[in-house]
Design a protein. Structure first.
Lengths: 413, 413
């Protein structure tokens, strides 16, 4: 069954290699229009999911994430149109050289082929992932969570119909109908059919994919991000950046989890920071030097330095200087986003050079690590690994390259 | 023990993030000089390997591959100096943009970190891999074959001494001393220490790595390459390209394994091809239409279309035209290298567009798929997967990128 999906996806991806930019734009328009035109069917399917979820005792917050409305469907359709209007990366030639023997060698951006995406909960991810893959001429195999299975089935059937209506292969977008763990595990080992697998979801899902997959994977998401206030920092700017990085949206991966502050300014900065975070009742967990300056806060344990709280909690450590800060970050970070607040030219450069994370900032909030904020116009996830893509992934990261070589009879030797 | 190697490699890779291009050049010079200065020690260690291998009944060809001589060591040292003199990719900024909010976002080429390499037999790979990793400021963990263990130990100890002598971390290049399969398997799952694992060797090794690794892997090497002679081809050129692709070095991955020929020219071309390959006693295995034109050759079985012979054997199939040729290739190829011989503009473009392989040629031999032939000046392997690197991998492919972001107090929202 999964093999059938794989074969169909592979065949669809071959057909997509021949489509033009205009044809992809027509397909995405048809897809967006169909979502709106058939919103009643989608809403009806979604009601089944919501009722089942509520009956099982799902939380109000999760129920809200699962629930579609006419407006939310319109928002999904608009998202598809925005993806449609982005520049098309496919077909770009990234340089062409002539070799001494006359061979002309070019490197051309082409689709990945078949992209597998394993994700959780929200049905809008189904539409978003399908649109990004279609824009880059990839076929996709989507495996959503069991909570949204009725919505996902209906959405994918609407997408397939829309694609067929403009002559696109309906199998370009397929859903794994079976949401069991066993099927997910088999999907992770569908070598020969899936070119790249991208997990989008919580830590458990990502760990499971990394541990079990034999197809190439892009690891996404985990973010234990640091704000480092260096001795020369503008302390008011440090407070603004820390507050923004910690409390503007604590549940996301680019939120800060640890504050590092130079000893020289700790006594001045820490009380300012504590006061700024007080309205959000942020729980501080400090190293001994921090606790000496802010008596009454909780003492940090070793595990705190490695924890992505995703909550109103902040670990705080006083460091001797930039060397200790960099080595603490490189030791404990997940390699997502880190920022230094400083006015010292050399310290800024040192931090940019030697911190080993996907996005390294000077004097700005870590919250900017995001495909939209970086100007990509889209985001398929944030890679925390070093192969292929690192940091926010836009359309370019859904492509690979191939060498195209023009000869006139060259043979070797 | 492997964890210790991992920790040491990680620490070394942090230190390497701070080295300059000049310092890397000094280190590579010291390394090359040390190989020559201590060649007697290396030769003595190599004699142990060779004696053990011969006593175990190793073949003459394999013994030759394992054996070092003073000249071969000088060649290895020269290889290191060539790598030293290549342009340094590390630190290049691949574009920098200013966002509406004033953030300046750059994408900078940086080392991968720790590269694991699992390889077989020849001790020269040890030096080659170490030099490429040092040039790109990566630490490496090398796991060679048991046959060359004495040579590898001595070579890595010479390298470590040379690195120490110029103030480089000796752990930048480490050897896995234990050549058991269990240790190799554990190396494939050394997440948190190894950033990228590259297997260099035969099919069995690569399959085992792909199946078992949980660290990111670059799959290399398998090559079921095709030569397609299209109806409009210059048949003499077709013969030259086929002969070069098949017999100039049949044991390598960019050698051709299957000939496809259009029906319109099959009766003319196949006898020419058979005659051209006769001096090398190439065994032909044909489809029924081929056998009708070349009576007496062996009939191909279904498995032949999927076989990388690495030998003087060629599968031959007559096709109806380019559609069948492209679909045969996309179905049976390993995605390495394919060539069309044609004089038809449209056919050339169709082949370049729709064949889904790392290197797609018009009117040239597949044997050119090679880092040196492509002008990279080095090669760490040939990737047949689509993530990160596709086709010959040079120094650029041993790097990743990170985003460096310059702000002046920006916060989000």
């Amino acid at each position: 069954m999964l093999e059938t999906l794989g074969k169909q996806a592979k065949a669809a991806s071959r057909a997509l290699m021949g489509v033009t930019q205009l044809e992809k734009e027509w397909a995405l328009t048809a897809l967006a229009d169909a979502l709106e035109a058939r919103s009643e069917e989608i809403l009806a399917a979604n009601r089944e999911d919501v009722e089942r979820f509520v009956a099982k005792g799902g939380s109000a917050a999760m129920t809200d994430r699962l629930t579609l409305t006419k407006e939310r469907i319109a928002g999904m359709a608009d998202g598809v149109r925005k993806v449609r209007d982005l520049p098309d990366p496919v077909g770009e030639v990234l340089g062409m050289t002539k070799r001494p023997n006359g061979l002309v060698i070019g490197k051309k951006r082409v689709p990945l082929g078949v992209v597998g995406i394993i994700y959780e909960a929200r049905p809008n991810v189904t539409v978003d992932a399908a649109a990004l893959c279609l824009k880059t001429a990839n076929a996709c195999i989507l495996r959503g969570g069991s909570e949204a299975i009725s919505s996902n089935r209906m959405v994918v059937s609407v997408i397939a119909d829309a694609l067929s209506s403009v002559g696109f292969p309906a199998h370009a977008v397929q859903l794994v109908d079976d949401t069991s763990r066993e099927t997910a595990s088999r999907m992770m080992r569908l070598n020969g059919y899936i070119d790249v697998l991208i997990p989008r979801g919580g830590k458990g899902l990502i760990r499971s994919v990394v541990e079990n997959a034999s197809v190439p994977v892009i690891e996404t998401g985990a973010g234990n991000c640091h704000v480092y206030v260096e001795a020369s920092a503008d302390l008011a700017m440090g407070v603004d950046i820390l507050r923004n990085a910690k409390v503007s949206r604590p549940s996301v991966c680019n939120a800060a989890e640890t504050l590092l502050v130079d000893e020289a300014v700790a006594a001045a900065f820490l009380p300012m920071a504590a006061e700024a975070l007080a309205p959000w009742k942020v729980e501080l967990r400090g190293c001994p030097r921090t606790c000496a300056i802010l008596p009454g806060i909780k003492a940090a344990e070793e595990a705190d330095w490695d924890t992505e709280y995703n909550d109103y909690i902040l670990a705080v450590k006083v460091v001797d200087g930039i060397e200790e800060a960099i080595s603490h970050i490189n030791c404990h970070s997940t390699g997502h986003s880190e920022t230094i607040v400083t006015n010292a030219y050399q310290k800024a450069n040192q931090f940019l050079d030697r911190v080993d994370s996907a996005a390294v900032y000077v004097n700005a909030s870590t919250r900017f690590t995001d495909g939209f904020e970086f100007g990509f116009g889209a985001e398929i996830g944030i890679s925390t690994q070093k192969l292929h893509a690192r940091g926010p992934m836009g359309l370019n990261e859904l492509t690979t390259t191939k060498y195209i070589i023009y000869g006139d009879g060259q043979i070797r030797e």
